[in-house]
Design a protein around this ligand. Sequence first.
Ligand code: ARG
Length: 575
Amino acid sequence: MTDPQIMLAERVQQALARAFGAEHADADPLIRPSQFADFQANVAMSLAKRLRRAPREVAEAIRAELSDFPGTVEVSGPGFLNITLSDSWVESEATRMLADRRLGVGTITPSQTVVIDYSAPNAAKEMHVGHLRTTIVGDSLARLHEHLGNTVVRQNHLGDWGTPFGMLIEHLLDIGEETSVAQLEAGQGTEFYQAARAKFDSDDAFRQRARVRVTTLQSGDPETLRLWHVFMDATIRYFNKVYELLGVTLTDADLAGESMYNPMLQQTCDDLEASGAATLSEGALCVFPPGFTGSDDKPLPLIIRKSDGGYGYATTDMAAIRYRVHDLKADRILYVVGNEQALHFRMVFAAARLAGWLPETVSAEHVQIGMMLGKDGRRFKTRSGESVKLMDLLQEAVERARGAIADRGYDEATTREIAHAVGMGAVKYADLSVSHDSEYVLDFDRMIAFTGNTGPYMQYATARIRSIFRKAGVDPAEAAGPIALGAPAERALGLYVLGFGELVSQVTAESEPHRLCAFLYQTASLFSTFYDECPVTKEGVDPETRKHRLALCSLVLRVLETGLDLLGVPVPERM
Ligand code: ARG
């Protein structure tokens, strides 16, 4: 099937070439959905200036060349082209889409290897709400790329290394392995960290032990490494519980924490220094990527090795980018990380280009994640001012969902299943439906609502279509069509969903899942109008019409389910 806007753009460009010569064939036809027709093309206005002719005259000339067009074209106002597609074109395209397993979603050829760095909680602290969005947005991007046929390499860049591990391991020894493991698995990483920190700040002997432990850890002492593993394994088991609850696609195979790069850091520094990309400045090894200056107009350093010889966050990221390009063979690297790290990533990318580690053919992109705010407009915190535990937030969402469906009369097992899907769907959709780089306010009442652009509304829309099929006693997969679009609400719906394939490609290319949410929401809204105006299973609907309408329902159901799956939003069978 064909995306109407793409088809129109091609037709208008061919008309431009015929009317004004090939050199104008690549002008943007400026096609937009319109309230006066299906679409409006505004290219005549922009072209008229270049051609020094009257816009209306230019529009007329384009229209004359669109004679074999599947629909009608009218010139209106100062030179708008109002375009209405013929019903038969829309019908046959919708019917083709229904028969297409991929619903018009293409595959990228040649396929790319896309490395996606997402989630990346810090092991020394509890996984908090800030890591929720990076996890959910990253996972949706991974699903989108895979759906388009790209090879996705997920990289969970855990914060699992560094000086805090000295005191964490000593604290682990103090309270015992078993107690530590139990605490960490239960998600009490923050309490664990705070207890270690308190001793570090008040107890000289402990501080001394912690310092020594950092050194033995870094020197690769086997017993210390074993203790580090005890700590990490328990922490990762907790992360995995969160991932499982959320239904994200990350597995242990995707773990690529900071510790993994440890053996590469010295080489990273040596190579950067030898190539001249990094230089010593006040004892520290630094890259000064061109174009970065501080407030004092002095070149801004990316510190690769501190003056005390220690490595830092940037060192690891330099090693990681080289590994991703060289070993993982990335064509594209997406860093789904909070927007407060924007400068860090711009400098890492620039330093890697300078070092020749990031060739022009590979794109590195920071998919910036905006901060999650509480209803008071401040950083999301508990009442006592601590950061909110992810697990608590997810459980609250499930509880609230349970409350919202309590009156539906389902048995306990079904209730649990639906509450889980609705709770997670609400949280995930709320994260995804706002553009990833803008801040967003976490508001339970709003995200769990069954109306508006919410997860539960979208889930409800699909469950409602499924119930139409149950009532009709027809399997959605058997509703073969053809699709006929008699009523205006039917036609509007059929025309709109034709844009699905192109939209999914754009959303993937631009890393913008919120536009997929908007598309699905508009689809569900158009479906709602259609269902109000066009009875499907009611008595008195003639069998032909019923068949056409069930086919349209089936198409919409698959668009919604595929779209929600690409977002990672679960779809309960009934609600
Ligand atoms: N662990 C880091 C944090 O929580 C995020 C890591 C992101 N990825 C990276 N390659 N730096 O801030």
